[in-house]
Design a binder for this molecule. Structure first.
Ligand code: BTN
Length: 240
């Protein structure tokens, strides 16, 4: 069953994430979306801030996957794949990549980021998941980020948003019905090449739970399930 996306738009909010989490807490259904044309206290991953003024596209939505907490990594990867797919659809000539777990890079610079926040029930199952997405749509922060060149193709943010949500719904449905392998393969198709130098080792692969597999300096493979992973190679090193 596809998700019904119930979108609420605000001119300005501190963060769509907080409002959406309040909604989830109050029982809003899967598919509740909060969008803000401007955020004054946008939140990024690892306690960083996320700049999103009027030119950005910022929204958060509720999922209620009813899965154990260990499956969240797979959902996070699936959302990243969906976002990359829509980027490629609109910018087929551009270099679109995913950096683990789900940052979208455009021509080697970060163009979109995803933040997941969860609430677990007493059985350690996910009660709700709030996914926040920030896209440098018509403006980008001055920290080496990529500005999406959507102005060249003249697409409205609302149209783009609907496409992103629809693609996320499709990928989420694939994950539920067919399992993670299709999503994992799709993610690998967007990833940086094997051997790319990251701060945690050299990129090797993605495992069946969505963890990153890297090769360390001694040549051993190790799994990374959390933390701030960024690219170390010069031509990819901006905007992480
Ligand atoms: C990252 O650090 O890459 C994740 C950035 C997530 C930003 C989005 S913008 C919409 C939602 N509201 C927030 O405050 N943060 C997320």
């Amino acid at each position: 069953m596809s998700i019904y996306w119930d979108i609420e738009v605000f001119a300005e909010l501190p963060s769509t994430q907080s409002i959406c989490k309040n909604g989830a807490e109050d029982g809003k259904a899967e598919g509740y979306v909060v969008r803000a044309l401007k955020q004054t206290q946008g939140k990024g991953r690892h306690g960083k801030s996320w700049v999103s003024d009027e030119g950005g596209l910022a929204f958060s939505f509720v999922l209620r996957p009813g899965v154990p907490v260990k499956n969240i990594g797979q959902i996070s990867i699936a959302v990243g794949v969906a976002l990359a797919e829509v980027f490629v659809r609109y910018l087929p000539e551009s270099d679109v990549k995913l950096k683990w777990p789900n940052d979208v890079f455009l021509e080697g610079k970060k163009a979109a980021g995803i933040l997941l926040e969860t609430n677990l029930n007493e059985k350690q199952n996910v009660e709700w998941l709030v996914v926040g997405i920030g896209i440098n749509f018509n403006s980008a922060p001055d920290i080496g980020h990529a500005l999406c060149n959507f102005s060249d193709i003249d697409v409205e943010p609302t149209v783009f948003l609907n496409d992103v949500l629809s693609c996320i719904g499709d990928r989420y449905a694939t994950l539920k019905s067919a399992g993670f392998e299709t999503i994992r393969k799709a993610w690998l198709g967007y990833s940086y090449p094997v051997g790319t130098l990251l701060n945690v080792g050299r990129f090797h692969s993605l495992d069946e739970m969505g963890n990153l597999i890297v090769r360390d300096e001694a040549g051993s493979l190790k799994s990374v399930s959390a933390g701030d992973v960024h690219l170390k190679e010069q031509h990819y090193a901006v905007g992480h």
